[in-house]
Design a protein around this ligand. Structure first.
Ligand SMILES: [Zn+2]
Length: 285
């Protein structure tokens, strides 16, 4: 079985003790050889709360950070990512209207920034716009929030994990420009659930994070190694099979290594160096 001789990093994973498998999912990741995760908070409703208030975001962040600590006790390095999921923000817009929703969401971004400044979390996210079709008004409000988050991230120099609909080349330019306009280097933007457009992403400065599916990674490798890998595992028993499982990042990586599609050096580039570069952190390996 795989040993932890390589950095193996899942750049975007959700763990949900209430609706999912919780620590058991992390144990699967570990057994497959994984050792580092970027734990992203879910939605406030996933912890059973109704109504979108700043207080609920506070609880959500605290719970996510506490969960991260328990995951670390399993011997996994955890970097926590906090923010207002676009689906959550969309729900807020419907519930309480643009003005109030924006106010609470911006305050929630500030709250996340506080945890990052205290070194409890490492990045903002996932933020952006819904992956499903929404009205122009919703998009506009999402952009206002995202611009605000980029601005705050620029001020404290942290990365932002971006959630969007599936984008093409132009999308990379759009978000890179928006970040730079807000005062955040596009080198601090991570496109979560990215298409394997490694060259374009590189040109725009954005770091693509790819779903850990063999064909997807093989496609990316044709253009280079400047990318991250993620499962986007949502840990929800009701939606199992919606994404790849918690083992996928270490499993796909180690299989590709074994078969000679990537070298040991490549593993370090993808799972350590690229991570360190975009987040401005150190992974001890
Ligand atoms: Zn996610």
């Amino acid at each position: 079985m795989a040993t932890a001789t390589f950095p193996l990093t899942d750049n975007h994973i959700h763990i949900d003790e209430l609706n999912g498998y919780g620590l058991d999912a992390v144990k699967k990741f570990k057994r497959a050889g994984g050792n580092t995760i970027f734990l992203v908070n879910k939605l406030t409703k996933d912890m059973g709360s109704s109504g979108v208030t700043l207080e609920n975001f506070h609880r959500l962040y605290e719970k996510t950070l506490a969960l991260g600590e328990r995951i670390e006790e399993l011997g996994i390095k955890v970097f926590t990512v906090l923010g207002v999921h676009p689906a959550e923000f969309h729900f807020m817009l419907e519930e309480i209207g643009r003005v109030e929703a924006l106010q609470i969401a911006k305050d929630a971004v500030d709250l996340a920034c506080g945890f990052i400044e205290d070194n409890k979390a490492v990045a903002l996210g996932e933020l952006g716009r819904p992956h499903y079709e929404v009205s122009k008004d919703v998009i506009d409000a999402c952009h206002e929030l995202l611009f605000y988050a980029f601005k705050k991230a620029g001020e404290i120099d942290c990365a932002v994990q971006l959630h969007t609909e599936s984008i093409g080349e132009s999308g990379f330019y759009e978000f890179s420009e928006l970040a730079e306009k807000a005062g955040l280097s596009s080198n601090r933007v991570v496109k979560h659930f990215s298409p394997p457009f490694i060259e374009v992403a590189s040109k725009t400065g954005i770091m693509p994070s790819l779903i850990s599916k063999r064909v997807n990674i093989l496609e990316a490798l044709k253009e280079g190694k400047r990318f991250l890998m993620e499962s986007d595992y949502i840990d929800d028993r009701r939606r199992s099979g919606a994404v790849v499982g918690p083992k996928s990042v270490p499993r796909v990586t180690l299989n590709l290594l074994r078969e000679g599609f990537i070298s040991e050096e490549d593993v370090y580039i993808i799972h350590k160096e690229n991570i360190e570069e975009v987040y401005g952190i150190d992974i001890e390996f």
